[in-house]
Design a protein around this ligand. Sequence first.
Ligand SMILES: NC(=O)c1ccc[n+]([C@@H]2O[C@H](COP(=O)([O-])OP(=O)(O)OC[C@H]3O[C@@H](n4cnc5c(N)ncnc54)[C@H](OP(=O)(O)O)[C@@H]3O)[C@@H](O)[C@H]2O)c1
Length: 253
Amino acid sequence: MSVASGEPEAAVRERDGRVVWVTGGGSGVGRAVALSAAAAGWSVAVSGRRPGPLEEVAAEVAGAGGDALALTLDVQDVDAVAAARRAVVERFGRLDALVLAAGLNTPRRRWDDQDVREVHDVIATNLSAPVTVVDAALPDLRRTGGVVVVVSSIAAWRPSPGAGVAYSASKTALGALVRTLNEQEAPHGVRACHLCPGDIATDFLDQRPQVPDAAARAVMLTPADVAGTVQFVLDAPAHVRVDELVVSPVVRG
Ligand SMILES: NC(=O)c1ccc[n+]([C@@H]2O[C@H](COP(=O)([O-])OP(=O)(O)OC[C@H]3O[C@@H](n4cnc5c(N)ncnc54)[C@H](OP(=O)(O)O)[C@@H]3O)[C@@H](O)[C@H]2O)c1
């Protein structure tokens, strides 16, 4: 543990004891957030459906001297989310932050080619699941004056026709989710951020009807770029709320 100059050691100890749960923590942005938070002294829980990537992230955190818990779950499953929340608190004794990075899109995303079951799946993953996780964790977040970073999309901030019907609608609604959380939970010290990134070079792009090539990906944001903005929000002092952040690559691929 390093003590920054001028910072009381007790404050650093307090910060280093903090715990973040990252949904979608096995890959892309979620993975980068987990590694960044662990490097900053946070204990980390990562969740997703595939155990392999989660175990790899947990091992990487442990290898660097951090503490991580891998939780295999479908974030649409309300009971599994409740069980995961219990597992986090049992393991670490507290929960200080959520980073909600689990997300879904589909190549068939226009009114003229969509499958309504896929539409429901996208909305359940991108919108209903964040509600489920925040609802489950709220008592813990109230105790700690916790932070919620909702990884939304630039499609929630400006019209993005290519993003599709279900994705645009579900991500746009996350802005309202964050605003209501901030309005109602501020008296308990809970703070939420609607994070709206532009294109990020991750496997998520494979869900596009036209999958971007390596040259297009090379000018996009990296998962580490986005993790840097998330870390800024996580590390903000308890009296500071970052309501919304938009981060874009300078060049559009
Ligand atoms: N890439 C971009 O250009 C971009 C731009 C703006 C915003 N975003 C947002 O960034 C977030 C992270 O995406 P990414 O780019 O890092 O892509 P990614 O690597 O594909 O991450 C998506 C994550 O969501 C998890 N997930 C999906 N459905 C799930 C479910 N039902 N239950 C549990 N976990 C589930 C996946 O894990 P499992 O498959 O193991 O479940 C995966 O780890 C998403 O919310 C996405 O909408 C991405």
